[in-house]
Design a protein around this ligand. Structure first.
Ligand code: PGA
Length: 256
C-alpha cells in the first residue's frame, strides 16, 4: 500500500432505520472484493451504530459516527460521548460537517473540542471543512479553509494528529449534484496540505489523507481520485445504495 491508502467513506446522514441500516451493511459487506486496496468506512445514524457494528465484524469495513459531544459524560440530554461511540464499535467520527455548522450552529471552537475528545478516545477524527458558494464567489475559499483548519486543530501536537483525516467538502457541492471540478478539488486539497505542512511539518502533511466530498458518484470518482492530493471521498447520497457505493469503492477497477 502506498503512503496514503485511499479511504472511501459513506455518510448516511439522517437516513435508514435500524433494519434498513443493517440490511444495507450486510449487502455492502457481501460486495467488497478480495484484496481491495482501499479503506472503507460507513457512518450510520447513532441508533444504528451498535447493530451495524455486529454486521461489520470480520469485514474490512470500519464504522464511523457522524458527530459526538466533547464532554466525557454528564447531564447533556440528547448528546453522545466519544466513549459511547467507541463502545458501540466505532473507530472513526465525522466532525464539523457543514450541515452541523449550518443547521446546528457548530463553531470552529466546538469542532476543536470535538476533535480533542475524539483523539483522547483514540477515534479517528474526520475533520470536515469547506467554503460556501458566496465565499467562493468572493474569492475567500483559501482564507476559509485556512481558518477552519487552524482553529479546528489549534493546540494539538503532532502525535495527536497521526490518525487525522480531513474532508474538503465545498458546501455548494453537497447534495446539489454540482461537483467541484477535479482541478478545483486538487487546488483546494493542495492548499490544505500546505496549511498542515506549515503548522505541523512535512511528514504529517505528506501522510495526511484528504478526502473530497460533494456529489461524488460512480461517474466522477475516478477523475477525482486521479488528482495527486485527493486521497479518498466522503460520499453522502451515493453511499446509501450499496450497489452504487460499491462502484465508488472499487473505482480502481473501472475502465474509463
Ligand atoms: P453528497 O454529500 O455526496 O450527498 O453531496 C456529501 C457529504 O455531505 O458528506
Amino acid at each position: 500500500m502506498g503512503l496514503r491508502t485511499p479511504l472511501i467513506a459513506g455518510n448516511w446522514k439522517m437516513y435508514k432505520t435500524c433494519p434498513e441500516a443493517v440490511n444495507a451493511a450486510e449487502r455492502l459487506t457481501g460486495l467488497i472484493p478480495e484484496g481491495l486496496n482501499v479503506e472503507v468506512m460507513i457512518a450510520p445514524a447513532y441508533t444504528a451504530l451498535f447493530p451495524v457494528a455486529d454486521v461489520l465484524r470480520g469485514s474490512i469495513i470500519t464504522l464511523g459516527a457522524q458527530n459526538l459531544y466533547w464532554e466525557a459524560e454528564g447531564a447533556y440530554t440528547g448528546e453522545v460521548s466519544a466513549a459511547m461511540l467507541k463502545s458501540a464499535g466505532c473507530s472513526h467520527v465525522i466532525i464539523g460537517h457543514s450541515e452541523r455548522r449550518q443547521y446546528f450552529a457548530e463553531t470552529d471552537e466546538a469542532v476543536n473540542r470535538k476533535i480533542r475528545a475524539a483523539v483522547d478516545a483514540s477515534l479517528v477524527p474526520v475533520l470536515c471543512i469547506g467554503e460556501t458558494e458566496a465565499q467562493r464567489d468572493a474569492g475567500e475559499t483559501f482564507a476559509v479553509l485556512d481558518k477552519q483548519v487552524q482553529m479546528g486543530l489549534e493546540g494539538f501536537s503532532l502525535t495527536d494528529l497521526e490518525q487525522l483525516v480531513v474532508a474538503y467538502e465545498p458546501v455548494w457541492a453537497i447534495g446539489t449534484g454540482k461537483t467541484a471540478t477535479s482541478a478545483q478539488a486538487q487546488e483546494a486539497h493542495q492548499y490544505v496540505r500546505g496549511v498542515i505542512e506549515k503548522g505541523f511539518g512535512e511528514a504529517l502533511a505528506a501522510g495526511l489523507r484528504i478526502l473530497y466530498g460533494g456529489s461524488v458518484k460512480p461517474a466522477n470518482i475516478r477523475e477525482l481520485m486521479d488528482q495527486p492530493d485527493v486521497d479518498g471521498a466522503l460520499v453522502g447520497g451515493a453511499s446509501l445504495d450499496p450497489d452504487t457505493f460499491i462502484q465508488i469503492v472499487t473505482y480502481q477497477n473501472k475502465i474509463v
